[in-house]
Structure formats: structure tokens, C-alpha cells
Design a binder for this molecule. Sequence first.
Ligand code: ADP
Ligand code: ZN
Ligand code: ZN
Length: 746
Amino acid sequence: MYCQVIVDIAHEDVDRVFTYRIPDGMQLEIGMRVHVPFGHRKDIEGVIVEITDTCDLPDARVREIKEALEDYPAVLPELIGIARYIKAHTFCTLSQALRLMYPAQMRGQRIREKKQQAVRLLLKDAAYSEGLARQKRAPRRYAILEELNGAEGHELLVSELCNRLGNCRDALRALDTAGAIEIYTRELQRKPYNEIEALSEKDPVLTEQQETVLSQILPAIDKGSGQFLLYGVTGSGKTEVFIRAVRHTARLGKTAIVLVPEIALTPQMVAWFRSRFGEDAAVLHSRLSAGERFDEWRRIRRGEVHVVIGARSAIFAPLTNIGLIIIDEEHEQSYNSDTTPQYDARVVGQQRCISSNAVLLLASATPSMRSFAMAGRGDYTLLEMPQRVHGRPLPDVHIIDMRRELTMGNKSVFSAQMLTGLTHCIESGKQAILFVNRRGFATFVSCRNCGYVVHCEHCDVSMTYHSVGNTLRCHYCGQEAPVPETCPKCGSTHIKYFGIGTQRVEDEMHKLFPNVTTLRMDNDTTQQKDAHAILLRRFQRKEAQVLIGTQMIAKGLDFPDVTMVGIVAADAMLNLPDYRSAEKTFQLLTQVAGRAGRADAKGEVFLQTYTPEHYAIQSASRQDYRAFFEAEMARRRQIKYPPFTVIVRNIYESLDEEKVHVSAQSGFDLIQAFFDRRQYLQKYIVYLRVMPCPIYRIKDKFRWEVLLGIIDIPVCEEAVGKMSEISGIPIENVAVLCQINPSSLM
Ligand code: ADP
Ligand code: ZN
Ligand code: ZN
């Protein structure tokens, strides 16, 4: 017997199968990881992707498999198919795609099951009394037998016995030799959620909307096919729909994956699911330790759970017999991986559904442009939940024009109106959330008097302020401009770069309300493991009345006592140099506003902005997704951005400033030469440029990029592949990374 192996080397030259002979008596299956000799190296890890009876190569040239690394296939056959799909669509090697399928620490065997030694009593009844009598003169052995006889199941951990009786390993060995007991190792499972109180929630009576939606989803699960986009406003009760659909799937003996964005995978969310599924659910997310992750993965692999809840990479959970894949907050950019392999969890999910006859359910209060457009084309069945549970009203949103505040002499971060709302909320003993968008580092220049923002003359994005050289630069075309001293529109001198951070808001809060307790949640305060969870729990327990935070507080949280939400500066996101800034702003504002008034009290949202007329702000204030979608699609079509185009970005990084520039330039020349040879592709190019990255230096490394925008039609895939291939050419001391539709263009 022979097998075809993909060796675990991420290099295009070896990106194919290699044939090995299976030694007599070795039991191997497709998907098992093995050690094989490779070139002059003695053992390299690999994955078996095929087993055959015959082999075309002369026998002398075929080497033998050395050993299997596990006694089960680490990669399910279905997931080998998915890996092949990812290789074909993201231009990575098959070995890289296969690495997605099992915990990283299994490579190089950096992690193992945690084993414990235990002892079991073998003597029963009369034999026990006899055995005990025989040990009369050996008090330690005598005690061991007594302890075991009294223990549940007649077994105990060795560590536990030693705790009770002192070191008794010699006595144990003697008893083992005598055949009175058996010493064995058993696996210890690391459980990531011991600390969470398992709430046992009762099932609520479904609302009419939930019933209607489920009446379409459940039959599809029975049938084993269907792709849905569930568009439900915040608070419409989507989670309950998920739970019922998952339970239905489990009843059919099938399994389900529920993907949620990493930051929404709060202990709240996990506890909620576990309260309904208990041991039947496994959780995978990046805050798990390597050991916990490995143990959860193996629990899933052994078929001990029906449901897996997790962030992006949980889409590769080794479940068999999948009946349902749910992707909550499907618009989240974090479902796109930015590092190789650059897969999109939504696309992988769709593929797994097709190969397993499962139902795909995407859900969001603010669907992505792409998914809503696909639903419009009929690729997905659109399901809608336009009302909140029990007719709870959507919050009132007050748009506050910050340009007027300035003319009235208010230079504080709070407008008069927001301050009134905040005071009212605090005095009535309710809770408030203040949202500050301080993401990334790019800043833009705006006029505090009229709201004017410096935009590029050639592109529909704001220009980015670079403190080095004190200039503005367009990130899309490279155009540079000086920072204006007076506003070109109104002549005011109050024109400068923008940026309010969480710290500044908290300071001002303390000045205005010295007796009010606040919590701050941002990158600085959530560095430690579980910090996120602890802060949220404190807020939930009302240890603080006001929560101040960045986008990490925007999603999925359900605080019944929050009646006021303040958005301190809606513009910070609107003016990021990113074609998706309007979409992101709309999503964020809608999600944040959705935090207010979740229980019985009506919520109020105060939204401060310098551009109150912007369509993203207007439609978000009315939670009018459709109006936003129409306006944004029209703009995207006109300026040729995704979903009409694909953006490919090759980033060059090096400590050597000269070299990184030269390397990027030659990468650019290569792609240009490629297009010169393929005239028919040229008309699809929207832009092709080489320039320094907006963040020019990170960790002492200088950064350049080659940026390609091309119409998203099949014939152009070749160009995307070429960019990827160019990025794979090794350059000494320069790292090159290829990103396709990257989530950030910094
Ligand atoms: P969404 O995810 O759509 O924003 P949630 O699933 O968080 O909304 O639901 C909003 C609130 O409504 C939650 O507090 C949830 O417990 C509650 N809820 C959902 N369905 C029902 C129901 N059928 N009856 C009563 N309460 C419900
Ligand atoms: Zn102005
Ligand atoms: Zn430009």
C-alpha cells in the first residue's frame, strides 16, 4: 500500500503530493498526520491525502512512512476538500490550508493530552477480604486497599491517594505487581468555562416573527439544503432563533457550528449558549490557552458535542454530519483572515454546507453590502425580523451638530444636549454607555467650524495626516497636499487633525460628575486574560454607572439598565481612509444605538457629528438599512469599489528603507509587465500603484505597498493570482505579504 502525503512545508516548490510506502502492519487512514523522511531530513510532518494500492514510481525511489503522529485522522476527509478549495481560491499552498484544520500546537508536537495516573482496585468481595488480610503487616498497602474500597467506582487518582496517605508510590507498585490493583493513566480535560455560573434558562415563548422565520429554516434543515440571510434589527431576538434551529439540528442527530465575532464571544454569550446546551456545546476562541483549545478540539473530534460556538477559525471545527452553520453578525470584517491563507469564513461556511448538505444561516442587523446584494440576486433567501421583541421601541436618536457647539463656544467633548441626556440618565439611576471611536491611528483633518474634511481630489476618501513632514497624503493614489492653515470652505482657522480618545472622555466625565463611577474599556484596559469579561461583569453588576469604550463595546451586549448611549464623535470612523468607512460607520452606529433600551425602558441615543447630513449618519439614526444600502451600492458602483472590484495589496516590510522601496518598485514592475502581456485585462484595472503605506514604519520596519484594484469578474482572478505569486518571491531581508480585500488599509 502507498499513500500520498502533503508535507508541512509552506513553499510553492513542494506544493504537491509525495508518494510513500506504508510499512507492513501500520494502520493508516486518510487525514492522519505522519512523520516522513524528506530530502536529507529525517522526519518532517505531513498529512495523508490519499491511499492507493499501486504506485507509478520505481520501488527503489519510494521511501517509507516513519510513523503516525496520532492514532486518528487529525484532518477529516471533508476538511481536506475544504483545504483544497482554500488553496484554489486564496492562492496559498495546500500545506498552509491544511494547517487551519487542527490546533497549531499539534505541529511539532508542542502539545499533548494532559494525563493523570489513577489506580483501580481489582479485588472484589471475598478476594478483597483475603487480600486485605494478607497486607496486615504492611500498613501502607492496607490503607491503600481500604481507601480504594471506600472510593466511588473503587478508583482514585494517585495524587489524591498520596495526599491522604503520604507518598505511597512504592506500596502501589507492590500491590500492582501482586495483581491487587491496576495503575493506569487517564486523560484530564481542561475545561475553559468552569468559572461561569451555568444559568439554566427556560425557553421563552417565541414571538410571531421568530416563528415565521423558523418555519422556513427548520424544513430546510430537514431537507439538508438552503442558504439564508436573516436581517433582523437589534433586539429582534435572533439568538433565540439560533438556539431553536441548533436544537432542531441536534435532534436530527446532526451537528451545528455557530460563528460569532471574537469580540462578541463574551462570557455572557457563552454562558447563554451553555445554559441551553450544557455539555453538548464546545467553545473555541482565542482567549483559550493552548491546552484548553486542544482539549476542546479533541472533544469535538471524538464526536462528543453537537454544537460548536466560536470565532472565525471555528468554521474548521472537526464536526462530522453537519446540518447547520450559523454566522452571526455576518457583516463583521473579522470573518476575513488577513494573514495567509486569506480565507473568508462566510465563503468557507458556504462550501462546508454544500459538501455536507447543511443549511447556511447568515444573520445581522446590518448585513454586509455583499450579502445583501446576493440576497437581492436570489443567492440567499432573505428572512426579515423588522421589530424588536415584544414591540419594544427602537431608541430615539438625536443627531447633534457639533459645528454649532463650537460657534456657541463649547469646546468640551460633550455637546449641551448630550450633557443634558447624560445628567438625566445618571439622576434617574440608570446606566449609560459612552462610545468613543478611536481605532487605528490614522487621523484626518477637519474644520471645527463647518465640518469640512480634506479629501483627495482624485479619490473619494479623506486624506490622512502624517505627522512626519506635517503633510496630508491620499492613501489610494499617493497624492500629497500640505495641511491647510485656514478652511478652504469657510475660512476658519479651527482646522486641525481630529482625534478624541477614551482617556480624554473619562477625564472630562470625572470633572463634570465627580461622584459617578465609570469603567473604561479599550485596548489599554483589556490586555490581560479575561479583562474584557471582568469589566463587563462589573458593569452588569452595576459597580459603575457609566461605561466608556471603543468599538469593542458595540456588539452583542445586552444590558437591561442602559437607557442612554452617547456617541462622542461619529466622524472618526466616517473619515478613515477606507472605501468601507461609510458602511462601517453605519454598522457601528446601528449596533451601538441598539445597546440602548433593551429592556422595558425606552432608550435614547445622542450622536455627535460634524457632518449630520451624511447618508450613513442619517440612515443609521433611523435604523434604515435599506436606505443606506441603496445609497452605498450606487456610490460603490460609481467609484468602482468592492463588491464591484477586488483589491489586492502586496505589503513590503524591511528595516532597510532603501531596499524596501526598491523591492516594492520591482514587484510593481512585474505586475505591470504581466498586464502588458495581457492587454485584454487592462480595461478592468481600476488602479495600480506603488507607494509608502499610510503607517510608514511599524516596529522599526519601513513599509511600502503595491495596490491593485480590479473589476471582480472571473477573468481577473488570474491577475489576483499573479499578485499573490509575486508576493511569494523571496527577497533577502524583506518580508512580503499579500492581502486580498484587506480589512484595513493602514
Ligand atoms: P438580537 O440578537 O436580534 O439583537 P437578542 O437575541 O439579543 O436580539 O434578543 C433581545 C432580547 O430579547 C434578549 O434579552 C432576549 O433574551 C429577548 N428575547 C428574545 N426572544 C424572546 C422571546 N421569544 N420572548 C421573550 N424575550 C425574548
Ligand atoms: Zn470650514
Ligand atoms: Zn487619491
